[in-house]
Design a protein around this ligand. Structure first.
Ligand code: HEC
Length: 130
């Protein structure tokens, strides 16, 4: 099992749709924001990558969950829920905390959000953009 590709929904679709031209490794060679991933997938479809609507959706979710830059000070609740892989209510708590207290400036700030699992934050510490 390749530790670079965590298990989960979307992995199968990624390997199916993204391996033909350059292999899945180069597909995830860098971290991107949700918006950038979304654009990359449009570009790959234009390059000729073929998948069903469901596969494209699953791939974007998989990329968001595992290979995204997390815009903690800009993203809305849906994007935070997807990129941090947390429940919607917790993502809303992050937005509320940010609205009330201002921008996050470090990983430790984020860990103070009520209900947010510090281990989840720590595991993604290289992916946050402040
Ligand atoms: C039909 C061939 C083909 C398939 C299938 C394909 N790609 Fe690509 N990909 C390309 C080509 C050609 C390039 C280089 C030119 C470019 O950037 O469009 C590229 C470049 C890239 C790059 C680097 C450039 C950038 O935009 O960051 C990424 C990332 C990428 N592909 C991701 C993916 C992902 C994710 C998938 C699966 C959804 C995928 N590719 C499937 C043809 C393909």
């Amino acid at each position: 099992m390749d530790p670079k590709f965590p298990e989960g929904p979307g992995k199968t679709a990624l390997f199916k749709v993204c391996r033909d031209c350059h292999g899945p490794e180069s597909a995830v060679g860098q971290l991107k924001t949700h918006e950038e991933w979304s654009k990359t997938l449009d570009d790959m479809a234009a390059n000729g990558a073929q998948g069903t609507d469901e596969e494209w959706t699953q791939i974007l979710e998989y990329l968001d969950r595992n290979f995204s830059l997390i815009l903690v000070n800009k993203a809305g609740a849906t994007e935070l829920a997807n990129t941090l892989d947390i429940p919607r209510a917790t993502a809303e708590a992050i937005v509320k905390y940010r609205d009330e207290r201002g921008r996050f400036s470090a990983v430790d700030d984020l860990k103070k959000v009520p209900g947010l699992d510090a281990a989840k934050v720590e595991a993604r510490k290289d992916r946050f953009v402040f």
